[in-house]
Design a protein around this ligand. Structure first.
Ligand code: SOE
Length: 380
């Protein structure tokens, strides 16, 4: 089997999920490549060394440019903060490497457009890590929609609720807290959490035409970890928007880090003429399904346990009845990427798909700033 040597930039939470996925994929999926954890790149050499020995990387590097230029690397995987994505992705594409990038692709549509131009010009395989598409229950939802079982879609409803930034004492910036620093993150929950909801939504229900939004920054200033000074907070702490999809359906989206009691409650619901679907990340191995065509006396919500062999991805795991979890979504993503690349096909969500999501988050932020309905940028 052909080896695919990975150069990974960044070793935080996402560096761990990706490393685990690259390491595990050949144990469970029949794919045309064997990923090799070649180089882990991070600024702190000692910690990079520990990460390398824990996950089995062959070498460490502190300068990402050397990893991108190295003839020993086939694929650059970007798991570093958002402000680094564009520069690394563009350099990697120009060096002819395959590129995988954490979400959101860029800090805004303009940055993502430059990244898309670079990978498309170079003709290199690319993929954004929107992992929730690969939760088997969500993939099943996609199959059911594509089979036409829901009929005409009327409503899409998504929420991503967290509560980890409520404390006024929480600083902004630096490792672990760069998501609160607008210069690094690009935006707050709009780019961090709504981006997931938008990617899934457009995959399931098609493009979004226009949005109306409200955002709020509840805590206006926080100590910055890098400067030590109290600085204004530039991110949105909460972001809510209404949307009209191109298929005519109406949607509500909500993301916040101020929903006390909720840690990562991503939920979605789709209502069609013939059937409805509900899914919940805290119960990710279940899909709720209501079919209006069922006999009236027995009509009701079905709670489907997504563990059978005929469920997406599940034949590759344990035995029926035994569920899988969050980390597996990343393994599925790598499996699909390797299969697509082996077959000379694009591996969605491609960078162009990631750009489409960033166009929507741009429109959301603009709609909130101008308090007006805003069209999502149309691209050829
Ligand atoms: C933020 O807390 C975060 O880790 C996001 O950055 C991830 O994308 C999301 O999957 C879980 O929440």
């Amino acid at each position: 089997m052909k080896k695919l040597r990975i150069g990974m930039i960044g070793y935080g939470f996402m560096g761990r999920t990706h490393s685990n996925a690259f390491r595990s994929v050949n144990n469970f999926f029949d794919v045309p490549y064997e990923p090799v954890l070649q180089t882990i790149c991070a600024r702190n050499e000692e910690r990079a060394g520990k990460f390398a020995s824990n996950w089995g990387f062959a070498s460490t590097e502190t300068d990402w440019r050397k990893v991108v230029a190295s003839p020993d690397i086939d694929l650059i995987d970007i798991a570093s903060p958002n402000d680094t994505h564009a520069e690394i992705a563009i350099a990697a594409a120009e060096a002819g490497k395959m590129v995988m990038c954490e979400k959101p692709l860029g800090r805004n549509g303009a940055e993502s457009e430059a990244i898309v131009d670079a990978v498309e010009k170079a003709g290199v395989p690319n993929m954004v890590w929107y992992n929730y598409r690969r939760v088997p229950a969500v993939t099943l939802a996609k199959q059911l929609i594509d089979e036409g079982r829901l009929g005409r879609i009327f409503h899409y409803r998504a929420k991503f609720l967290q509560d980890w930034t409520i404390s006024t004492d929480l600083p902004q910036g630096g490792e672990g807290l760069w998501r609160l620093d607008v210069k690094v993150a690009g935006s707050g929950v709009t780019g961090d959490l709504l981006a997931h909801c938008i990617d899934t939504a457009m995959w399931l229900n098609g493009g979004i035409e226009e949005v109306s939004a409200v955002t709020e920054t509840f805590i206006k200033s926080r100590k910055h970890n890098l400067t030590g000074a109290v600085e204004p907070v530039g991110i949105d702490d909460a972001s809510l928007f209404l949307a009209r999809f191109k298929n005519g359906s109406l949607a509500t989206f909500e993301a916040t880090r101020y929903a006390r009691g909720h840690k990562a409650l991503y939920t979605l619901e789709i209502n069609g003429e013939d059937a409805s679907i509900m899914w919940d990340l805290h119960d990710l191995h279940r899909l709720q399904y209501f079919d209006h065509k069922d006999e009236g006396r027995l009509r009701g919500w079905k709670n489907v346990h997504i563990t059978d062999r005929e469920h997406p991805y599940m034949a590759n795991w344990w035995v029926p009845g035994l569920q899988i979890g969050y980390e597996h979504t990343f393994i599925h993503q790598v499996a699909d990427f390797l299969t697509a690349v082996g077959g000379g096909k694009a591996a969605p969500p491609t960078f162009r798909d990631g750009l489409a999501t960033d166009d929507v988050t741009d429109a959301v932020l603009q709609a909130a700033a101008t308090r007006s309905w805003t069209k999502v940028k149309e691209r050829a």
